[in-house]
Design a protein around this ligand. Structure first.
Ligand SMILES: Cc1cc2nc3c(=O)[nH]c(=O)nc-3n(C[C@H](O)[C@H](O)[C@H](O)COP(=O)(O)OP(=O)(O)OC[C@H]3O[C@@H](n4cnc5c(N)ncnc54)[C@H](O)[C@@H]3O)c2cc1C
Length: 458
């Protein structure tokens, strides 16, 4: 039994990384084994509480908030099995991507692609379709080959492409709404080295050449500060060169002092003097020089984020990306939004998880951010209106204003997800206010036994 497993114990308040999503769950559980996890969920069910799993709390939306029982996965953080020949790695759900990457590297393995931080839990990352960039590379959930879920009654269920395929299609990007993931098996690749090049380039040319740049590199993305006509491009390609890790001082100077502290100071200046943001943004863009690094993939992909902000991100059919970027920048100019943060533009290959934001289509991703303490709603609403017109799907872990009614038609497999949800969690135990809005109530329908006959075990 975990030290906080008393179901009557009131928890301290919980908040997300950005500090702007707060909740006070009735109970908090921190199971240290799958048996404790099952018992915690069964207990919550017995007392009629809704249950939300939480990973590292790095979502910007209220997706992880719980008004009932909260199950924190951070004690379930072990790597359970590594098969270097097949690349299959089984890990507990709460392990952070950074810890996992370090363990993989020790075995000569790596994740094929990652986002730009590595502190999320693996289960939290896959549950929201967290992604990196790479037009030929899929999001992290697409690397999953098997999942072990704990269901509302505390029983466990294993799903994979061979076993309960329909559940697997739903559970890979499950939004915490189907059950709690206890274990994940991932397909990993041999460890690799990346040559990373950061370089400014004219924005107009970058947008014109977007397809070519996205398809011609392993990982291409760019940032653009509003009011500046320069794209800060980031191009990472695999190389056979030996890694040349930076000294601790060089890494600290760049990743902490410049990218975070100096940038944070400029954001604070912009918050105090919003009229100066266009000049500040042009200054930051001018200061961003060209730099090159060769290092292990995980070290190139992820960097620390110390400046607090909130974010919205939309996935679009990739061909609409340049047009969408132009329209967002125009909206900022025309509506006079004060935006001291850059827009980030990435690509991801299609996959087949029912609620993956890249389900069935080559996708471009456009992320907009707002510094803490600044008004984000009018800006994000204006961006969302543009994304709505272009068939956008919101990142599940980031802010948006959509509801089940506005989202349903954007996902060909929406009803399949809802059918699995109704079967696995007919009483809506894994719902919260966010899922009430975004997924709607659990559809009335079949019970668990009819679908997963033989696979649910105690
Ligand atoms: C600074 C920053 C940078 C980011 N960069 C990127 C990026 O590059 N690319 C990108 O795509 N996203 C990015 N994100 C978003 C982030 O990856 C997602 O929001 C991710 O879901 C966070 O993982 P987490 O472990 O913190 O999950 P949480 O926020 O704790 O939870 C997210 C969801 O997962 C569910 N969940 C968690 N654990 C389990 C479990 N064991 N079983 C079932 N459900 C579970 C929760 O219930 C919730 O629904 C970034 C976020 C921040 C704050």
């Amino acid at each position: 039994m975990s030290e906080t497993s008393d179901p009557h114990q009131h928890s301290p308040r919980w908040q997300n990384w950005a500090g702007d999503q707060l909740c006070t769950p009735v109970t908090v559980q921190r199971p240290g084994s799958i048996e404790e996890l099952s018992a915690a969920i069964a207990r919550a069910g017995d007392s009629g509480q809704r249950v939300r799993a939480v990973g590292a709390g790095h979502s910007f939306s209220e997706i992880a908030c719980s008004e009932g029982a909260q199950v924190r996965l951070d004690r379930l953080s072990r790597v359970l099995d590594v098969d270097t020949s097949s690349g299959l790695v089984r890990a507990q759900a709460g392990i952070t991507i950074g810890d996992l990457s370090r363990r993989l590297d020790a075995h000569g393995l790596a994740m094929e692609n990652l986002g730009d931080i590595d502190v999320q839990s693996i289960a939290g990352a896959i549950s929201t379709a967290t992604h990196g960039t790479g037009a030929r590379l899929r999001n992290i959930s697409a690397q999953v080959v098997e999942l072990t879920l704990v269901l509302a009654d505390g029983s466990t269920l294993v799903c994979s492409p061979e076993r309960d395929q329909e559940i697997f299609g739903a559970a890979r990007v499950g939004l915490g709404a189907l059950g709690v993931i206890a274990e994940v098996t991932l397909h990993c690749v041999p460890a690799f080295t990346l040559r990373g090049l950061d370089a400014p380039a004219p924005l107009a040319q970058t947008l014109e050449r977007f397809e070519e740049l996205a398809l011609g590199n392993d990982h291409f993305e760019f940032f653009v500060f509003p009011h500046a006509d320069v794209a800060l491009t980031r191009t990472n390609n695999r190389t056979d060169e030996p890694p040349k890790p930076r000294s601790r001082l060089a890494a600290y100077t760049n990743d902490v002092l410049l990218t975070n502290h100096a940038f944070g100071l400029l954001c604070r200046a912009g918050r105090r003097l919003p009229g100066r943001i266009p000049q500040i943004n042009r200054l930051v863009t001018r200061l961003a020089g060209r730099s090159e690094r060769v290092d292990r993939s995980a070290a190139i992909f992820a960097s620390p984020r110390l400046v607090r902000f909130t974010e919205m991100e939309y996935a679009l059919p990739r061909e609409h990306t340049p047009q969408a970027v132009r329209r967002v920048l125009e909206a900022i100019e025309q509506r006079g939004f004060a935006v001291p943060f850059p827009i980030e533009v990435r690509t991801v290959a299609p996959d087949d998880a029912f609620l993956s934001t890249a389900a069935g289509r080559d996708s471009g991703y456009i992320a907009v951010h707002m510094f803490e303490g600044m008004q984000w709603q009018p800006y994000f609403r204006a961006v969302e209106a543009i994304m709505d017109e272009l068939g956008g799907r919101p990142h599940w872990g980031k802010r948006h204003f959509q509801t089940a009614d506005t989202l349903r038609a954007r996902y060909p497999d929406w009803e399949r997800f809802q059918a699995v949800r109704a079967r696995l969690d007919p009483r809506g135990r894994f719902a919260n206010e966010w899922t009430d809005r975004v997924l709607g109530p659990v559809a009335e329908g079949s019970a668990l036994g009819s679908v997963v006959e033989g696979s649910a075990g105690g």
